[in-house]
Design a protein around this ligand. Sequence first.
Ligand code: ADP
Ligand code: MG
Length: 167
Amino acid sequence: MAKGQYESKRVKATVASRSVPGSAFPYNPGVVQVTNSPLRTQELASKFAMRLSGGECIALHGDLGAGKTQFVRGLVRGLGGNERAVSSPTFVLLNVYQTPRFAVYHLDAYRVGGADEFEAIGFAELLEQGGVVVVEWADRVAELLPPNAIHIRLSAVSRMQRRIEFP
Ligand code: ADP
Ligand code: MG
């Protein structure tokens, strides 16, 4: 009897703790979601990060200002890393963030002349490091992306609203 009571309390506690932070924005695969602030976009990305186990390639699509870099910030935070280290690697091509789970390799193909520039910085090797590789403007290097890349599409709906589409 006492054991049964203990177990039911444990179940309640688990349910309660799961439904506390950011519950308004659970990550739902296959569902289009609209966020209304950069913070909400980050929260969504943090939730999404929980399904990553290392070795994935995430292809981010969307125009300038769509929220791709904000998304990466939330992803790094979701993995326990320092989101303030996240900046757009538009000029340096690659930023690396260490997290307690695995490294995040953040690339931006906006200014690359072509896929060969990405190859030259060792893109193929990055995919084999056991970390997560995130590529902004992924369609510019489409031929280099692995077939199992996770494509996420972001677009601006209004000044503060962003539409985010997960596979
Ligand atoms: P990208 O990397 O796609 O060019 P950024 O993430 O660098 O875009 O910038 C997105 C811009 O849009 C930031 O200035 C951010 O403050 C603003 N913004 C406004 N609303 C949102 C939102 N809901 N989600 C993400 N960013 C937003
Ligand atoms: Mg960016």
